[in-house]
Write a protein that binds this ligand. Sequence first.
Ligand code: PHE
Length: 341
Amino acid sequence: MILDKIEQLLAEVQNLSAQNAEEIEALRLKYLSKKGEITALMADFRNVPAEQKKEVGMKINELKQTATDRINALKEQFETADTECDGIDLTRTPYPVNLGSRHPLTIVKNEIIDIFSRMGFILADGPEVEDDWHVFSSLNFAADHPARDMQDTFFIMRDPADVLLRTHTSSVQTRVMEKAQPPIRIICPGRVYRNEAISARAHCFFHQVEGLYIDKNVSFADLKQALLYFARQMFGPETKIRLRPSYFPFTEPSAEMDISCGLCGGKGCGFCKNTGWVEILGCGMVDPNVLEACGIDSKEYTGYAFGMGVERITNLKYSVKDLRMFSENDVRFLHLFDAAH
Ligand code: PHE
């Protein structure tokens, strides 16, 4: 009777034991391989009368499961036993685990994003390999405008169209404005590239965070208020800001923003070259030409934009004197920021 055979095998497999890997494998072959006893039972299943099929089927499944579980348990026992030599568990994670730390630029970038997201700005992203339109033309740089020289560009291809590494994150403004209608309130962090000789004060790539807000009745006063809030959150509640007139092709009017020197509190020191102020970002009201180039009605909408260097802000917060430290991956430098996030 097939049921008796199943019961007998079940009793057998429940008590299987083995001394080593070979014995376990032998058990597996005996019961579970293609030529194994349980597999043979399954072949016999064909001959079981229809009214018994349900009961026998369930029993066979139980047997197969029990055998598989038992053999796996033996394997596990054997494997654990093998790695436990003299009470030392070689599978254990070695302690102390040396965790990495966040890069200082990431810490500061995240802080900038946090501050602006509290004001309702949402993240936007764009490619680093860009075309002339998004980096220059849409942003009101005339084809022969000398302002293009302000940012030494790495060109990837000049013909038939210019393909280049973006020199600023303002290109993301264009990408968003092309697709969306106001209200637009975005913050765009990213890496940018300029053809500069690498030194303590300049690098051929660095990081910016760009902000853009377009809606009805957005004014310069709104810009100033948002930037004041940012400066105080970032550098402390005593921080003062100062806006100096400046020039960017894509904003009019344009300004550069200084904050009161955190080192001397505004009295004047070597760091702020005795002025009491340090520059941190560029900003202005979006030029109507830029809005129109991106399909936004400049009679109905106004907006402001600003852009800042993450390295610059990090230098101010953590007094990093040499820009090259940021890209050298020296763990002694990186571990200085373990506690900062
Ligand atoms: N894109 C400018 C730069 O790279 C910064 C900026 C952004 C200025 C937005 C004004 C408005 O220097």
